[in-house]
Design a protein around this ligand. Sequence first.
Ligand SMILES: [Zn+2]
Length: 161
Amino acid sequence: MVRTAKLNCDKCGLGVRKEKFLKRLNGGSYCTKCCIEKRAEHREFLKRDVLGIRKREDLKKEWAAKRKEKGIAKTNAPKIKGQKIQRRKTSSLGLFITLDEKKVLFLKYIKKGFDQKEAGNKVKLICKKMSELLEKLRKTKKNEAEINTAFKEKFARMVER
Ligand SMILES: [Zn+2]
């Protein structure tokens, strides 16, 4: 079977005289420069998305985005007082487990030696128990500050386990 020689980099399109000047990587052919870039990208991917390590610059960007989001949420907040405002107040007290918290918990269990499935199940269980607790606390009709304290205490205890 005749295979036509590949003489262009898959990423930047750079032409080479001979096929051997292109390097094969994950099913593609790349010039030396792009090959180095692709490897670096993959290392970053492993660090950030698999190990959850992030650069300070990225964290700064995330924080800025969150601040922006909050700012927008504030300006969009309804002006009439009512249930919606009440709900917003509740979430700003932290009565839920954020995605970041879930990630931290997950990594904690991985480090403890649980496999991914076990760690995932543990995180799910904690989230479930916390929302059950929140429901219970709401039924006691305590004020938001009391509920918040109770929620955080319970969360800390569950996480320590
Ligand atoms: Zn290239």
